[in-house]
Design a protein around this ligand. Structure first.
Ligand SMILES: [Zn+2]
Length: 257
């Protein structure tokens, strides 16, 4: 998966930017990444991995595009570093002022602190579930209707306040597909996913009655029950980077829980 790299990731490295480092710019929902150069504008440090730093910043000629482009970075450490940097960049840009007294926040290590009232803000991580729905040896593979990512997907969604991950699985299955889970969700693995600021929790669960499949309006374009030999290959050239692709591969190989 994308987080499986040989080097540890350092968050908010306390050093200056230099040759080999990468600069991240966010504009609207779009992202641009460029190599550091002496004429670049450099902001806060975000992450470092394998000797390469990621900073907020801008360089001439940066062209913002979909954040999905970060999946295609060929070097594995740089790819995961960019995901972590994007997660922190969005958090920093969304928390410029104190939510209690509106004074500008200042970063202290890995948190933001209000110099006026002392309020502290830590990076937000949103727990979300990915659910492989199964029925008699087949896996339900979906496609999103309204997202930039168009590859194969599984039922997924954020956990709500007061909800366990298992309850989120049952609710998302019902809301997205109309299906009820017959067995308790079986945990598979987790994954930090900087594209959406999430910690993904992967589960498999058998459904009671596949005939009740009814897609929610607008969210899913398609959903089909696929046998292991019919499952799609991973959408990324580097192999199964996402938890979703890893779960689909595990089901195809018969090693899913
Ligand atoms: Zn304050």
């Amino acid at each position: 998966m994308i987080q499986d790299i040989p080097d540890p990731v350092t968050l908010f490295p306390e050093r200056a930017a230099g040759p080999g480092d990468l600069l991240l710019t966010l504009r609207g929902g779009q992202v641009a990444l460029a190599e550091w150069s002496p004429v670049a504008t450099v902001g806060a440090p975000l992450a470092a991995v394998g000797g390469r730093g990621f900073f907020l910043g801008a360089a001439p000629g940066m062209e913002p595009g979909s954040a999905q482009r970060l999946r295609a970075i060929p070097d594995a450490s740089a790819r995961f570093g960019a995901f972590c940097a994007l997660h922190l960049a969005r958090w920093l840009l969304d928390h410029r002022h104190c939510g209690r007294c509106a004074a500008p926040l200042a970063r202290v290590g890995a948190r933001l602190r209000c110099p006026e009232c002392g309020h502290e803000v830590y990076p937000a991580i949103a727990p979300a579930v990915i659910l492989g729905l199964t029925h008699r040896g087949r896996l339900l593979v979906t496609r999103y209707a309204d997202r930039p990512y168009k590859g194969p997907a599984l039922v997924a969604g954020y956990c709500e306040v007061g909800e366990t991950a298992e309850a989120a699985c049952r609710r998302e299955a019902r809301e997205e597909t109309g299906l009820e889970i017959r067995t308790p969700p079986r945990y598979f693995a987790s994954q930090p996913w900087g594209l959406s600021g999430a910690l993904l929790l992967g589960f498999f669960a058998e459904v009671a009655d596949p005939g009740r499949l009814a897609l929610a309006d607008g969210e899913l374009a398609s959903a089909e029950w696929l046998a292991p030999e019919a499952l799609p290959p991973p959408p990324d050239a580097a192999g199964p980077l996402s938890l979703t692709a890893t779960m689909i591969e595990a089901f195809a190989k018969g090693v899913a829980p």
